[in-house]
Each structure stands twice: as C-alpha cells, then as structure tokens.
Design a protein around this ligand. Structure first.
Ligand code: FO1
Length: 311
C-alpha cells in the first residue's frame, strides 16, 4: 500500500513521525510545502522541507519544532555584529543544510535532487518531494503592508491582519517531478494537519495538483489543523477569521471539500460533525492533539483504520 502526504511544517511533521512508526516509511511519499522558503545571507532556506526531514531523522529541536536539536547560534551572532538582520534564528548546524542546498542549486542541481540527497544522508526512508523546483515564496498582504510570510510569522509574530496571501512566481512553477504521479498512484492521500492557507494552500496552487487531488477525492483524508477554533501551532485560526472563513474545523472542511472525501475532526469539535457531513465529506471523530510519540502513533493508526473502514 502506498501513501502520499501533503505536508507543511510542525503539525504535519508530528503526524508523519507517528505514521512512519506504524506504516512502512519507504511506502510514504511526502509532498512538502516550499512557500515558506526564504533567501537570507545569500542562502536558500526551505523551512518546511527541513522540519519534515529533521523530524523524521530524529534530529529536530523538540522544544521549538524547527531547527536541529542542541544547535548553537554563534554564526548568527557574528552576522548580527556585521549588521545583518538576525530575526530568523538559523543555528550553526542548520546553516550547514542551507549552505549545502544553496551550493548544489548554484551548481545547477534541482531542489528535488538536493532534497532527496539530504533526506537520504540523514537516514530518512520516506521520499520527500518539494511541491515545485521553482522559488515561489509566500507573500502576505496585511494592514501594515506586504511582507514575506516569514517576516509576518517570525519577525512580526503574526500581529498584522492578513488581507491577502500571494504565491510569488506560482504561474511559472510546474509541479516537481514525481508530484502528480505520487497523487495518482497513492492508495491513500493524507492532507496533514497544517495551515490550510500557508502550508497546504501553496501546494494546491501548483499547476495540476488540485485537479489531480480532485480525481482522487474518495481516497483522500484531511486531518484538521484546528481544534475548538484554535490552531494548535501558528496563525491558522487568525488567518481563517481575517480571510472571512469560519475559524473552525468547519471552515477548513469547506476549503478542502472539493478534494478531500474524508475529514478527521477532533472529539472536542464533535458537534460540528453534521455540518461537515452536509458538505458531502465523511467524518471521523478522534483525539487529534499530539503531545507524545504515542499520541502521534495512535492518531496515525486511527486515521489509517478509518480510511480502511471508509474505503
Ligand atoms: N520559527 C519561529 O517562530 N522563529 C524562528 O526564529 C524560526 C527560525 C527557523 C529557522 C529554520 C527553520 O527551518 C524554521 C524556522 N522557524 C522559525 C519555523 C518557520 O518559521 C516555519 O516556516 C514555520 O514553522 C511555519 O511552518
């Protein structure tokens, strides 16, 4: 059996760690969001790709959910002494990933090739595909002007109100090799618990992806990133509200209804189940909050059981 997962950063990585413990990792293909990508100090940084790979490699910083465990930040401190902006915390070990990636890209290798090399070097057995090899940074238009997503998320701590989200250069960003195939060939497609706008949204915006997913709607399951109207991590609830959606799992289900046939709802939101079923989605209700590895494994197991029962 083959699984293809659409993944953003921290929430998706937690789920994928659980999945990799209850399902053969070599039969999982991860399509990773690259809308978070940013260029700093002349380096290409791919936060969601790195968060997925570091997590599955067992080297993630557990406290923050990003970066490498035990990392130091001396290089960043010296860069700050030279006047460089140091609001995006790049650790010394993490910088090796960005130096290597940038060096390979400069030598003409694709982001797909570089990502595959890095995940293999760190012992990750699942395939990790960028959604596209093109550079399509997410820009947020806010009530305080336009900025890169990372400036909004990290530097401004999500304070500005989001009015619009744009994926720069998306019109000339073909899906990376293997992405559409991974959707067509999968027995099950899992939309991981990530922000629908800044993590799953960019992947859906890549030419041909949403269409391919629609064809597989009956084999696709989406896991809610929102519990009781709050995002477990990050600005998803605020963005749903700012962008005029219901800041709840129902709001997310409405966005996903054209390509997800099954929706995993947290038991705290059980009363929303009928409203989501009215959208034409089948609904599984379970605990979706992942604190321990056991939680992550149990969620993955229960999602797979639910997919089997609803197949
Ligand atoms: N998130 C933060 O909130 N603060 C940071 O300083 C920060 C640095 C950082 C460095 C490398 C990396 O791969 C991710 C990093 N993140 C940081 C997370 C990043 O903003 C992600 O894009 C979010 O987690 C959204 O997926």
């Amino acid at each position: 059996m083959k699984i293809t997962a659409l993944a953003g950063g921290i929430g998706a990585s937690k789920f994928l760690l659980g999945l990799s413990n209850v399902f053969p990792p070599e039969d999982i293909t991860i399509i990773a969001n690259t809308g978070d990508d940013i260029e700093l100090f002349g380096l290409r940084i791919s936060p969601d790709i790195d968060t997925v790979i570091y997590t599955l490699a067992g080297v993630i910083n557990e406290e923050t959910g990003w970066g490498i465990a035990g990392d130091t930040f001396d290089a960043l401190r010296w860069l700050a002494r030279y006047g460089e902006a140091a609001w995006f915390n790049l650790g010394d070990r993490d910088l090796a990933t960005h130096i290597y990636r940038t060096d390979m890209l400069r030598q003409g290798r694709s982001l797909t090739e570089v990502t595959d090399h890095i995940r293999r070097a760190l012992g990750v057995r699942s395939r990790v595909l960028p959604m596209t090899d093109a550079y399509t940074p997410t820009r947020v238009i806010t009530d305080e002007g336009e900025m890169h997503f990372q400036e909004y998320f990290v530097r401004r701590r999500c304070e500005p109100r989001v009015k619009e989200i744009r994926f720069e250069n998306m019109e000339s960003a073909p899906a990376a090799e293997g992405v559409e195939q991974a959707i067509i060939e999968a027995d099950t497609i899992i939309i991981c618990p990530s922000n629908p706008f800044i993590s799953i949204g960019p992947i859906l915006a890549v030419e041909g992806v949403r269409e391919a997913l629609r064809q597989r709607r009956d084999s696709s399951v989406a896991i809610t990133p929102i519990v009781e109207g709050r995002a477990l991590k990050g600005p998803a609830a605020d963005m749903l509200r700012d962008l005029g959606h219901d800041p709840s799992a129902l709001g997310v289900a409405r966005i996903y209804q054209d390509f997800a046939g099954l929706f995993v709802l947290d038991e705290a939101d059980r009363e929303i189940k009928p409203a989501i079923e009215e959208l034409g989605l089948r609904v599984l209700v379970m605990n979706t909050v992942m604190k321990t590895l056991e939680d992550k494994k149990r969620l993955a197991e229960r999602v797979l059981e639910g997919v089997m029962r609803n197949a």
